[in-house]
Design a protein around this ligand. Structure first.
Ligand SMILES: Cc1cc2nc3c(=O)[nH]c(=O)nc-3n(C[C@H](O)[C@H](O)[C@H](O)COP(=O)(O)OP(=O)(O)OC[C@H]3O[C@@H](n4cnc5c(N)ncnc54)[C@H](O)[C@@H]3O)c2cc1C
Length: 410
């Protein structure tokens, strides 16, 4: 079959390989080129042991405190508040205890596929060197939060996820550059981090071209329904294919709407500063619990980033937020380079209110499939999602129940 993938982010590039495996003719489309969305600059943590949705009874209690700090870990731009209301309403519904539990089951099922899918793909393509398996850490400055993490670890154990509780001295043995400010940590020995998000996405993209996929630069503005969908772009661009996959990240919403699916997709904007060439300071991703940022030792250099800002897809970045993250990091990590020597970046996480992506067939056209909305975990979940979409296209029973990911779940 001739299959077009809209979007050459990490999800679209992973998708290309899953479809090439099945012998399909693959056309990748992107309005800019490979890795122009968050797949370019994310934190690079293969965080498949995270199974909790963001919408939770606990976060509803914390939100008012977060919102009082305009540069805090979570913020809503005042000009965007009204636009965000439908998403927020869904977020509140998703935070109800029963909905929260349902989301955990969906996230855990997808996350359990994530690392094996990545290792197999990387091995098959000769890209195994991009994946570093040194585990990941969450460091705690607050005793109550650490105690709560112990509870969560017991929850994770139900899904065969290993989480080790570390004392402060054990944390500093693993990461000597950390200051003596932590009451403890959780160590996730099975998580991994990657060489660099841009490098890995480009490597997947180039490997797909080597395997016979083709690429065209085009912005798709509409998709026709029918047995063979037509992808319509600007300046008369049109391609008719047997199947199409929408993997346009945070920009997927209008394409889904054209196919009858009103999906509450929005973006959680995230920020970071990277220090090219700075290596050997820390050894694995470290999240600073309650502070909303992560430090990752990428091969390309040290990256410090995180935060969630709701402000839509058009507003300019506010790098005062990045500076705030960096300033916090200097309180936790010794030897950081000066902020001014770093490279600043902002990216658009494609986020659904229940922290689950949309994977499934379009309502008005079973020939069009969705693979978007992976929020904080798109790099982690990309190859697993690709396999599930390939199952759907082949008419096979997918490896996990896809009901929690349905575009019609809202
Ligand atoms: C600060 C930050 C840190 C993160 N850290 C991590 C992490 O550590 N681990 C992790 O797993 N995830 C992380 N993420 C999330 C992850 O980066 C995203 O979930 C993931 O990159 C989404 O990939 P994607 O392929 O779906 O979308 P994108 O990367 O957005 O790719 C979509 C592509 O579609 C193209 N496109 C859009 N609209 C159209 C159109 N109409 N026609 C043609 N092309 C179009 C765009 O140009 C883009 O190239 C982080 C995100 C941020 C912002």
């Amino acid at each position: 079959m001739k299959i077009a993938i809209i979007g050459a982010g990490i999800v679209g590039c992973a998708m290309a390989h899953a479809l090439l495996d099945e012998g399909h003719e693959v056309l990748i489309l992107d309005r800019e080129g490979p890795a122009f969305g968050p797949s370019r600059g994310n934190a690079g943590w293969m965080a498949h042991t995270d199974i909790l949705p963001i919408a939770s009874p606990k976060i509803l209690r914390q939100v008012p405190k977060f919102l009082l700090d305009p540069l805090g870990p979570l913020s809503i731009r005042p000009s965007y508040f009204v636009k965000l209301l439908p998403w927020l309403a869904r977020f509140v519904l998703a935070a109800r205890p029963q909905a929260y539990e349902r989301s955990i089951l969906g996230i855990a099922a997808l996350q359990q596929l994530a690392l094996p899918a990545w290792l197999a793909r990387a091995e098959a393509l000769g890209l195994a060197g991009h994946i570093h398996r040194k585990g990941g850490l969450y460091a705690f400055t607050d005793q109550a939060a650490l105690a709560e993490a112990g509870e969560i670890a017991r929850r994770q154990a139900e899904f065969d996820i290993t989480v080790n509780m570390l004392r402060p001295e054990e944390l500093r043995q693993l990461e000597p550059a950390l200051k003596d400010k932590f009451v403890g940590a959780t160590f996730h020995p099975d998580t991994a981090h990657i060489s660099d998000p841009l490098a890995l996405t480009l490597a997947l993209f180039e490997a797909a071209l080597m395997r016979g996929a083709t690429f065209e630069k085009a912005e798709i503005t509409n998709i026709s329904t029918g047995e063979r969908p037509a992808l319509i772009g600007r300046d008369g661009f049109q391609r008719v294919v047997d199947r199409a996959v929408v993997a346009a990240g945070a920009w997927s919403k209008p394409l889904a709407a054209a196919l009858g699916d009103r999906v509450p997709l929005d973006t959680e904007r995230g920020y970071n500063v990277s220090f090219p060439g700075v290596t050997g300071l820390t050894w694995r991703p470290i999240g600073f619990e309650g502070h909303g940022f992560v430090v990752t030792p990428l091969e390309s250099g040290l990256r410090i980033g995180g935060a969630v800002e709701f402000g839509g897809l058009d507003a300019a970045p506010n790098h005062a937020r990045t500076k705030t993250l960096y300033d916090k990091a200097t309180g936790f990590v010794d030897g950081l380079p000066a902020f001014e020597t770093g490279t600043l970046w902002m990216g658009f996480r494609p986020s659904l209110p229940d922290s689950l992506p949309v994977i499934g067939q379009a309502s008005r056209s079973p020939s069009v499939l969705y693979a978007f909305g992976h929020g904080h975990y798109g790099m982690t979940q990309s190859t697993a999602t690709a396999g599930l979409v390939a199952d759907l296209i082949a008419g096979r029973e997918p490896a996990i129940d896809l009901a929690p990911f349905s575009p019609r779940r809202f």
